[in-house]
Ligand binder design. Structure first.
Ligand code: SF4
Length: 364
């Protein structure tokens, strides 16, 4: 980013928001400690309210396994952000409950404007979203009119509305390759590691915004090398939001869905995984004979609350979901005009995904 002031402001926002997360999690610790009987009671009550209101739960792979299991048991869905958006649009439910982070709720609302979209909490956000405010992003785009603006799904509705394309990690490389073939230069935001990975993979002419995921940035190459020495037969699967030095050690680099597919097809029995450990629930479910190991993180620095576990994803719970559904609280609202503008680049991504067979990258 050329404007140093906007970087400082983003970092200040991030620090402030991390404090909010820590405070929230400290408060949330007690209500979460429910007995199995109490949890069973909440599940029964939730099922009843969901049937009565024709509501469906859409959960991300990084959320608590209890939410993922509940989504699947009640006709809902568990997936990555692209799949969540698709399911939300196609389901005949009147109410979508999105267990994930705020941009996922916003995307669901943009794609399904006639459905009510609720979230267990509206406080759950994302470091990438925070670090890319529209107030600094729009002037940055205006200053580079010769670039096609491609933004990651982890952004606000306003940032999406300013973009030419919205992409998820499962489709980002393919879209940029497609743009490069048309001779276009790309302005990419907000994740710098994913941007650098796309740039390296495609060779595209790209301008990168400066932000990172607080979870994936914690994975460390040196620790990973040490771990590989302990498990020499293990394959390494990494999400492209991880730093370049970590990706260089990976056998497969891909989105959450691509990591899950690779874990099933790769012959290695032991697999080291560099992404949020919420994914281990689905990995173990689909590949029960394999041993999954969390890739090492920084361990003791200031954001350690996020070591391989997203604090914002952790804010979602069945209790909060029940309350939201009973009271109709935590509704996701997106300005209609903004939603219409954001729908254009989102639809472009969905059309591209429907027309193209996406590839998985890596050495394996
Ligand atoms: S894991 Fe990272 S990218 Fe995903 S929601 Fe959390 S902070 Fe954002």
């Amino acid at each position: 980013m050329s404007d140093g002031n906007s970087t400082v402001s983003s970092q200040e926002n991030l620090a402030a928001d991390l404090q909010v997360v820590r405070d929230y999690l400290d408060r949330a610790a007690e209500p979460d400690a429910l007995s199995p009987d109490q949890m069973a009671g909440i599940r029964i009550e939730l099922k009843g309210v969901m049937q009565e209101k024709n509501a469906r739960l859409v959960a991300h792979y990084y959320t608590d396994p209890a939410l993922q299991e509940f989504a699947e048991a009640t006709g809902g869905f568990v997936g990555d952000s692209l799949e969540m958006a698709r399911f939300g649009r196609e389901t005949d439910a009147d109410i979508l409950i999105v267990a994930g982070v705020r941009f996922m709720g916003e995307s669901a609302k943009i794609l399904s404007p006639d459905k009510m979209v609720l979230m267990p909490t509206l406080e759950a956000t994302c470091s990438l979203d925070i670090a890319c405010p529209i107030e600094t992003f729009a002037p940055f785009c205006d200053a580079h009119p010769e670039h096609t603006v491609v933004v990651y799904a982890n952004t606000s509705a306003a940032v999406k509305a300013r973009a030419d394309w919205v992409v998820t990690s499962s489709i980002a490389v393919d879209v940029v390759e497609h743009l490069m073939e048309q001779g276009k230069k790309v302005l990419w935001a907000p994740d710098k590691h994913l941007g650098a990975y796309i740039q390296k993979t495609t060779g595209a002419d790209m301008l990168l915004w400066d932000a990172a995921c607080i979870v994936h940035e914690e994975f460390k190459a040196r620790g990973l090398q040490d771990m590989k020495a302990v498990y020499p037969e293990a394959a390494i699967l990494a999400h492209p939001e991880s730093p370049a030095a970590v990706l260089e050690l990976a056998d497969v680099i891909g989105s959450t869905t691509q990591i899950i597919k690779a874990a099933q097809s790769i012959p290695n029995r032991q697999i080291i995984v560099a992404t949020d450990q919420g994914i281990f629930h689905k990995l173990q479910q689909l590949a029960p004979d394999k041993e999954f190991i969390v890739a090492p993180t920084a361990g003791s620095d200031a954001t350690c609350r996020s070591c391989a576990s997203c604090p914002w994803m952790g804010m979602n719970s069945l209790q909060a979901m029940l309350l939201s559904l009973q009271e109709g609280s935590n509704e996701v609202v997106v300005d209609a005009r903004l939603a219409e503008q954001a729908m254009v680049p989102l639809q472009r991504m969905l059309d591209f995904a429907a027309q193209n067979q996406l590839k998985v990258r890596g050495k394996a």
